[in-house]
Design a binder for this molecule. Structure first.
Ligand SMILES: *[C@@H]1O[C@H](CO)[C@@H](O)[C@H](O)[C@H]1NC(C)=O
Length: 487
């Protein structure tokens, strides 16, 4: 005889994220079944459920037992590595599932894989969601930001669960139905791209304060703690403040100075930039952060290049620039530069989402996206509330930059922003993210660009034609003949 189906939901894939999300769901009062091919993972999770408060969690050792232990219509979350492992896990579970049951992929999956799986699931009568989960281990356990996209009916089946499990902020749980198809994965991908940008910009602020301002780690810790009490208040600013405080247990000073300067990556940032190019949306700040990760990886080449340029006579200008610096003012300027650069980066990410939403008819609600990022996720920040309000005021906002409130903030901060970028350039300290943001701002806000000259060149060598500012139509000119005609 079969055991009674007692669980409200199931979760397969018990690596760190899976375990933590399962425990979170159980803790919120939803009996959950868990499964992993590796049986020790099931036992580990059972142990944790026991020690972390007698949570309503049952472990299962075969896909069949696992699936049959869940109440119908069944909802099963899978949290395994994106790509082939997801297809394998679906195949193992779907063999025991019935029409009306739901599969929810909580991994960082490429959105087109989700769209393919939606079609495959639909053929079997199954419902499917691709759900972005942000917040790392801690978020999964205590309240992540969740971005579910796909079948609305599937979402309705688990709405009560995800609304309890997600992080809670003053305007609700950090989850909403994102839209159809792979929209949940796509939104999570752009979230990660924005996260790349934020981390890059913070690292540049650190570089300028440390090398131009001469700030110690203790001073940096204080500054970031102070920033975290103002407009920059956010998870990433907060943890950065903490990082500067940690001493190196293997030697003098702080651990941060001993860390190899090579950044790892898993792919969502690269996908974001590829999608931006695909959709002809400028995302220079996010692209700069990606490029910086590539260059950081060339540690050996950079060390060799440093030698080559010293031998070629390059003089470090940092000391000269530093000697004339007003430290207090620099700190305040960097804070403003960071904030203004961040707004530009979010404007790019939101515009990428808008372009994709239009292409796919996802009808994304940008105010809601900003709201569910206010808690749980890595980019959570107080200023997302301002972004939410900007899109509530005007859902068709062409760019965050032209929201009247943000426009005012940009204008107020631009002098400080230009001073920081200018100082960094003269000191030879690269600030690709801040420079990209500033150039984006200066390009977007100018009614007239030098694109007229590029058009003239294209028409000269390729007869690509051009339009005029003063009359309708497309024109072609025999530029060379006219230019070289004897007077
Ligand atoms: C189970 O655990 C292993 C090792 O942690 C992992 O590679 C695998 O994808 C997990 N998931 C499932 C559904 O078996």
């Amino acid at each position: 005889m079969e055991a009674a189906a007692v669980s409200r939901i199931g979760l397969a894939g018990l690596a760190v994220m899976g375990q933590n999300l399962a425990l979170n769901i159980a803790e919120k009062g939803f009996p959950i079944s868990v499964y992993n091919r590796t049986t020790s993972k099931v036992d580990e999770t059972l142990d944790r459920a026991h020690t972390e408060g007698q949570l309503p969690l049952t472990g299962h050792y075969t896909p069949r037992d696992f699936v049959l232990s869940i109440q119908k219509p069944r909802s099963v979350i899978i949290l395994v590595k994106a790509g082939a492992p997801v297809d394998q896990t679906i195949a193992a579970l779907a063999a025991h599932m019935e029409p009306g049951d739901t599969i929810i992929d909580g991994g960082n999956e490429w959105y087109e894989n989700t769209e393919r799986r939606i079609v495959e699931a639909t053929d079997k009568g199954l419902l499917y969601l691709g759900m972005g989960v942000s917040g790392g281990e801690e978020g999964a356990r205590n309240g992540p930001s969740l971005m579910p996209g796909g079948s609305y009916e599937a979402y309705s089946n688990i709405k009560d669960i995800v609304e309890k499990v997600a992080a809670q902020v003053e305007d609700g749980p950090c989850v909403t139905y994102i839209g159809e198809g792979g929209s949940g994965n796509f939104v999570k991908m752009v979230h990660n791209g924005i996260e790349y940008g934020d981390m890059q910009l913070i690292s540049e602020a650190y570089d300028v304060l440390k090398n131009v301002g001469g700030l110690s780690n203790t001073e940096l810790a204080d500054i970031f703690d102070e920033w975290n009490r103002g407009e920059l208040e956010s998870f990433l600013i907060e943890i950065t403040g903490d990082i500067f405080k940690v001493k190196d247990e293997h030697g003098e000073g702080e651990l941060v100075d001993k860390i190899l300067d090579k950044t790892g990556m898993k792919g969502t940032g690269k996908w974001t930039v590829q999608q931006a190019a695909e959709l002809s949306i400028a995302c220079p700040t996010i692209a700069a952060s990606l490029d910086c990760r590539f260059l950081s990886g060339l540690k050996d080449q950079r060390e060799a290049a440093a030698k080559v340029f010293t031998e070629a006579g390059l003089k470090e200008e940092v000391a000269t620039v530093r000697s004339g610096i007003d430290k207090k003012r620099l700190i305040d300027d960097v804070r403003q530069a960071l904030y203004a650069s961040k707004i530009c980066s979010y404007a790019q990410g939101m515009n990428l989402l808008r372009a994709k939403s239009d292409e796919k008819s996802w009808k994304l609600n940008f105010g809601e996206l900003a709201r569910i990022w206010k808690g749980g996720c890595i980019i959570r920040a107080v200023f997302l509330d301002r972004i939410k309000k900007a899109y509530q005021r005007n859902p068709n906002l062409a760019s965050l930059l032209v929201d009247p409130d943000f426009a005012k903030e940009m204008v107020q901060r631009q002098a400080a922003w230009r001073r920081v970028v200018g100082l960094a350039i003269s000191a030879g300290i690269s600030t690709p993210g801040m420079c990209a943001s500033l150039a984006y701002f200066d390009t977007y806000r100018r009614a007239r660009l030098p694109a007229n000259l590029v058009q003239a060149q294209r028409d000269l060598f390729g007869a690509h034609t051009y339009e005029r500012v003063d009359r309708e139509g497309s024109f072609h000119t025999e530029w060379t003949k006219l230019a070289r005609k004897k007077a």
